[in-house]
Design a protein around this ligand. Structure first.
Ligand SMILES: Cc1ncc(COP(=O)(O)O)c(C=O)c1O
Length: 346
């Protein structure tokens, strides 16, 4: 059973069906197709605001391009030390922003606390020509530790951004999981809380390779369009990227998929927490489970064919399990039973 990532899963049937449906006749290229228009319409409904939507193919492209319209080359982007933009994008954000500086902050369970950011901004060298200038904040929802910022947490960061004239980006590679966990309205988690640009993930949730950069500030759209083209992300047959998003959003497939993934993660978390010698390293608030366990247990589980990644090989020793729309309860139960058996025998 494979818990390495949500990326190891296939594609939602709704996405496959939308791709097959899009594969008829001719359509205008480069995003001027009716499917792209419908996706923008649908996301405007979901977010209760006229938004501009720019499909791209990867989360890294979404993040780097999003940040490129939010900071000048001499800007500072505040983010978490575990954030994907800081750790896993090979300098893409720095490259696409023309050299903006990422400034990593610590924070429990993958989240930046508004009060820590406030301290940081108090001491920031605004206006000093020798220093890179505070320009933007980026948070990840759900976070890299599988936790969810509450709308009030986002709003507190958004208020700081406004007060200091900074822009606000959200990496929503797993936005659906946070929304499914929190309930409530997408608008309250984003633009009403001050977010300017959202990298709206779909691939991890069940698309084949599609993410949408959602601009809540229409004024950013023209610059974004040129930057996307320049980055090689303006697809000629855009209908197939848009179709994935349409299938993902259709009949709430995205939310049903996220609810399922979250439910499996919650079950896995509950079960593991009861195994002797195992504890959760972070609350389970999405589709990721982080567990502290003895390395001997990891080896035993791997020997039985369970697959997952070691998140931190130090002390404490932390492994990560990720669920998806395709995760089956039988596999979750087998993992818990195997962990219990090994620990009871240990
Ligand atoms: C938090 C987060 N952001 C963005 C991404 C997007 O990455 P990719 O460029 O691999 O699609 C990922 C994927 O691992 C992620 O976990």
């Amino acid at each position: 059973v494979d818990f390495r990532s949500d990326n190891v899963s296939g594609v939602l049937p709704e996405v496959m069906a939308a791709l097959a449906e899009a594969n008829r006749g001719t359509m205008t290229s480069y995003g001027d197709d009716p499917i792209s228009a419908r996706v923008e319409e649908r996301l405007s409904e979901i977010f209760e605001k006229r938004v501009r939507v720019f499909p791209v193919s990867t989360g890294s492209a979404a993040n780097a391009l999003a940040l490129s319209v939010l900071t000048p080359p001499w800007g500072v982007v505040y983010c978490h030390s575990n954030s994907h933009i800081e750790v896993d994008e090979c300098g893409g954000p720095e490259f696409f922003t023309g050299g903006a500086k990422l400034h990593a902050l610590e924070g429990a369970h993958g989240k930046i606390a508004a009060k820590d950011l406030e301290e940081e901004l108090k001491a920031a060298p605004f206006g000093n020509v020798h220093n890179a200038q505070p320009a933007a904040i980026s948070i990840t929802q759900s976070s890299e530790w599988g936790t969810a910022y509450r709308p009030a947490d986002v709003a507190a960061i958004g208020a700081l951004a406004r007060r200091h004239k900074l822009r606000f980006h959200m990496d929503g590679a797993r936005f659906a999981n946070a929304l499914a966990y929190l309930g409530g309205k997408p608008a309250d988690m984003t633009w009403r809380a001050g977010v300017d640009v959202l990298s709206f993930g779909a691939t991890k949730g069940g698309a084949m390779g599609a993410e949408a950069v959602i601009l809540f500030d229409e004024g950013l759209a023209q610059e974004f369009a040129f930057r996307r083209k320049r980055a090689g992300q303006l697809f000629s047959k855009m209908r197939f990227v848009a179709a994935q998003l349409e299938g993902y959003l259709k009949d709430d497939a995205w939310l049903k998929a996220a609810r399922h993934a979250n439910g499996e993660a919650a079950a896995l978390g509950r079960g593991l927490a009861q195994v002797p010698g195992v504890e959760l390293a972070a609350p389970v608030e999405g589709n990721q489970v982080f567990a502290v366990l003895p390395p001997t247990l990891r080896e035993a589980l791997e020997a039985e064919g369970f697959r997952f990644y070691t998140w931190d090989a130090g002390a404490p020793y932390v492994v990560r399990f990720v669920t998806s729309f395709a995760t089956e309860r039988a596999g979750v139960d087998r993992l818990i039973a195997a962990a219990r058996r090994h620990q009871n025998a240990a």
